[in-house]
Ligand binder design. Structure first.
Ligand SMILES: *Cc1c(COP(=O)(O)O)cnc(C)c1O
Length: 455
C-alpha cells in the first residue's frame, strides 16, 4: 500500500476554536509596559485596536471561539493541505519522513490571511471604517487588503521602501483589493518626514513602517491599526495551522518528532507549534520527544543572538514596551530578500517559551536558504517564498542528520507561502548577485546599547 502524500480535511473540519497557549504556560506572560514602566491598561490600546482584539490579546482562556463569519471566509482556502515531500526525501536519500503544511493556498499566498480576516471582522464589528498597517515583503499588506475588502473596510498600507521597489506586484495586488499603498518612510506622517529629512535614501524597515501606521491610527477615531505578527492575538489566530496539522497527522497515525518554521515576528511559527505544545502540557506521550525549532536569518538573528529584554515594537518608540528577544529597536537589518524576517524583535509569547526552554531556534544564511528552496521546487514543484526557504533549509539539514544516524524521524515544516511574487530574488540568486550577510554584530551592539531602561 502506498502511504498518503496529500492529507486533506473536509471544510467542516476547519477548527471551531483557536488555541491560546497562555493557558498552558508555566509563568504568566510578561505584560506590555507604558513609558512610565507600568503595565499598559486596555484604555490606552483602545485608541488603535477594537475591544474584542484587546480581550484576546490579554486572554488566558485556553479555547477561543472562531466567529462563523470568519470561518466562512476561511473556507475560501482552508483547511490547507498537509503534504508529504516524498520526492525531496528521495533526492536527499534520507530515511526521514518530511511533511509540510502548505499555507500558500490562501488568496494572498501565505498564512497571513489567517489573522487578517478575524482582525478585519472584529474592527467592522466595532464600527471602524478604515485600517492602517505596515508591510515588509508585501505579504501582510496584501492579506489585510484582501480581508478589508471582504468586510467593506478601507485599507492604507505603509510598505517598507526596499520592498516597495523590489515587489511591485505585491503592491498591485493590494491595489486590486482596493487598498492605498505608500513607500515607508513616507511624507504622510511626522515619523516619516523626520527620517526623510535626516536621510532621503532611508531604505525603511518594518519598525519604521509600524511607527507610521500607528501614528496615523492613533490620530484618527475612525481608523484602527492592524499588526501582521508579534502580538498574542495574531499568534492565537494562526493556531488554525497547527490545529489542522494535528488532525491531519491523526488521520495517518503519525506524530512529528520535529517542527520547523520560519520566524520573523513569530506568528506562523507559534501558530504551527503551540497546538503541539498543548499536547506536551497535557502529558501526551507522543509529544514527549517533540522539538519545535524557529528558523531565522543569520542577518537578523533575534532569538539566537538577541537579548531577552523590554524593548519597543517599532523604531521610534510609539508602541508599548514588550518583553521579547530583540536586537534593539533601531537595529537596521541588511536588505535580505526574506523581507518578512527583517524584524528586530520577536513575539513575546515565542520569546518567553524560548527563554523557558520549550522552543528552540537556529539561524541560517541567505544562500543556503535559496539553494534549499530551489531543490524543493525541483523535487516538489512548489516555488517557496524566501521566508519559507529558511524552514526548508533547516528541514533538509534535519533530514540529512537522519541520513547520518539512520533515524526515520517525522519532520514537519511550515511552508508559509509561495514565492510567485519573489521571482526577482530567485533571479538574483541564479545570477550570483545574492550574498551571505554575516551577523551585523557591531550594528546590533550599538542598537542594544539604546534599549529603553525599565524599572
Ligand atoms: C510574514 C511571513 C513570514 C514571517 O512572519 P511570522 O509572523 O514570523 O510568521 C514567513 N513566511 C511568509 C511567507 C511570510 O509572508
Amino acid at each position: 500500500m502506498t502511504e498518503p502524500t496529500r492529507i486533506l480535511l473536509d471544510e467542516n473540519e476547519i477548527p471551531t476554536h483557536w488555541y491560546n497557549v497562555v493557558a498552558d504556560m508555566a509563568n504568566p506572560p510578561a505584560p506590555p509596559l507604558g513609558p512610565d514602566g507600568k503595565p499598559v491598561g486596555p484604555e490606552q490600546m483602545l485608541a488603535i485596536f477594537p475591544p474584542q482584539i484587546l480581550e484576546q490579546e490579554m486572554s488566558a482562556e485556553r479555547w477561543i471561539p472562531i466567529p462563523d463569519e470568519v470561518r466562512d471566509i476561511y473556507r475560501i482556502w482552508r483547511p490547507s493541505p498537509l503534504m508529504r515531500a516524498v520526492r525531496l526525501e528521495k533526492a536527499l536519500g534520507t530515511p526521514a519522513k518530511i511533511f509540510f503544511k502548505y499555507e500558500g493556498v490562501s488568496p494572498a499566498g501565505s498564512h497571513k490571511p489567517n489573522s487578517a480576516v478575524p482582525q478585519a471582522f472584529y474592527n467592522r464589528e466595532a464600527g471602524v471604517k478604515r485600517l492602517t498597517t505596515e508591510t515588509g515583503a508585501g505579504q501582510w499588506g496584501s492579506s489585510i487588503s484582501f480581508a478589508g475588502q471582504m468586510f467593506g473596510l478601507e485599507v492604507r498600507v505603509y510598505m517598507v521602501k526596499v520592498s516597495y521597489h523590489q515587489k511591485p506586484y505585491r503592491r498591485m495586488m493590494m491595489q486590486t483589493w482596493g487598498a492605498e499603498v505608500f513607500a515607508s518612510p513616507s511624507e504622510h506622517t511626522q515619523t516619516g518626514r523626520t527620517l526623510l529629512a535626516a536621510d532621503p535614501d532611508n531604505p525603511g524597515s518594518l519598525g519604521i513602517a509600524i511607527s507610521e501606521a500607528v501614528e496615523e491610527a492613533a490620530g484618527r477615531p475612525d481608523t484602527n491599526y492592524t499588526l501582521g505578527s508579534v502580538l498574542n492575538h495574531v499568534l492565537l489566530h494562526q493556531t488554525v495551522i497547527g490545529l489542522e496539522a494535528k488532525k491531519q497527522f491523526d488521520k495517518i497515525g503519525l506524530y512529528p518528532d520535529v517542527i520547523l518554521g520560519p520566524c520573523g515576528g513569530g506568528s506562523s511559527f507559534g501558530g504551527m507549534a503551540f497546538p503541539f505544545l498543548a499536547d506536551q502540557a497535557a502529558g501526551d506521550k507522543r509529544a514527549e520527544r517533540l522539538r519545535c525549532v524557529a528558523v531565522e536569518p543569520t542577518s537578523c538573528p533575534t532569538l539566537t543572538k538577541g537579548q531577552y529584554a523590554y524593548d519597543f515594537g517599532d523604531a521610534s518608540g510609539f508602541t508599548p514596551l514588550m518583553k521579547m528577544y530583540t536586537l534593539g529597536h533601531d537595529f537596521m537589518p541588511p536588505g535580505i530578500h526574506a523581507g518578512g524576517l527583517r524584524y528586530h524583535g520577536d513575539s513575546p509569547l515565542v520569546s518567553q517559551l524560548y527563554h523557558e526552554g520549550r522552543l528552540e531556534a537556529v539561524a541560517v544564511a541567505q544562500l543556503p536558504t535559496f539553494e534549499a528552496g530551489v531543490l524543493f521546487a525541483r523535487s516538489e514543484g512548489i516555488i517557496p517564498a524566501p521566508e519559507s526557504c529558511h524552514a526548508i533549509r533547516a528541514a533538509i539539514d534535519e533530514a540529512l542528520a537522519c541520513k547520518a544516524t539512520g533515524e526515520p524521524r517525522v519532520i514537519l515544516f511550515n511552508l508559509t507561502g509561495h514565492g510567485h511574487f519573489d521571482m526577482s530574488a530567485y533571479e538574483r540568486f541564479f545570477s550570483g548577485q545574492l550574498e551571505n550577510y554575516d551577523y551585523p554584530a557591531e550594528a546590533a551592539a550599538a542598537s542594544l546599547a539604546h534599549l529603553p531602561k525599565v524599572g
